[in-house]
Design a binder for this molecule. Sequence first.
Ligand code: BT5
Length: 312
Amino acid sequence: MQETRRAILESVADGPVTGPDLATDLEISRAAVWKHVDELRDAGFEIESGPDGYRLAGIADYTGATVEFDLEAPFAVEYHEAIGSTNDRARELATDGAADVVVLADEQTGGRGRLEREWTAPSGGVWLSVVTRPTIAPPRAPLYTLAASVATARAAREAGVDARIKWPNDVVVAVGEAGDYRKLAGILTEMEGETDRVAWLVVGVGVNANLDVEELPEGATSVREEAGDVDRRRFVQRLLEEFEALRTDLAAVVPAWRDLALTLGQRVRVERPAGEVVGDAVDVTDAGALVLETDDGRETVAAGDCEHLRPV
Ligand code: BT5
């Protein structure tokens, strides 16, 4: 946000403050104050003008500016009402050299899951992609996916949903005791780099927020279904703040992930390019790989599709 506009916003948030006082403090004309206030109103800030001056009455809108305002994480937010895929837009920005930018949309018309699968993303969900340029080697990249699932699960838990994580990247709500679940959110991480260095990562997060389950594929759930509607602005802020805390402290990621994992202790089948493995999920390594106890001993699986099986 432009500096003068941010200063006005901060003043009216502490308000009330009169137009002439703002003009004097910021060394601009009264007409300029008006113009900035108008633009802030257009960006979704509810600024009331009363006898004592301007005051911020509320922030109902979900826009780039309202998400950035009082966000305690260093991200710029680019908002779209509708877009094909936030990951595609984020990849474009990453290729152009961007860092710490979040692409956020109300609706995606071409949302993508992993392996070219479709991701349903109607208006009312939280669809976002974070561009980050970490100084890590590619084998550590999965930690960012785990960090995003922890951040998403934590934000969902604050919204009243009993969210857990299914390895590697699904945020789910458990149904019954046998490892069954409904999917609340998914994560798609894409990257570019050389063998020893990541150039950029795009971490895409899709959360079924204020949606009816009828709008979603079978087996999905939503924040609305589990706990009622959420303030998406606050939800995205909390998700980004948690993600920021974890990406600046990577050692904390796996322990946090373990605490929320639904997969550990389950009998699972993992499909991977090298073939499938069946076993009991017993641990996650420091790099985020799943450790299975199989009939032939321990196996570590770095990536794949994981299915929870009924215990035999
Ligand atoms: C994922 O893939 O779970 C990753 C989803 C990532 C979506 C975000 S939204 C923002 C960003 N921009 C994008 O274009 N993508 C990212 P995967 O594990 O492959 O799961 C895909 C499968 O989940 C599909 O085949 C469906 O069965 C199911 N599915 C599709 N839409 C869903 C939804 N909204 N909720 C729950 N399940 C869904």
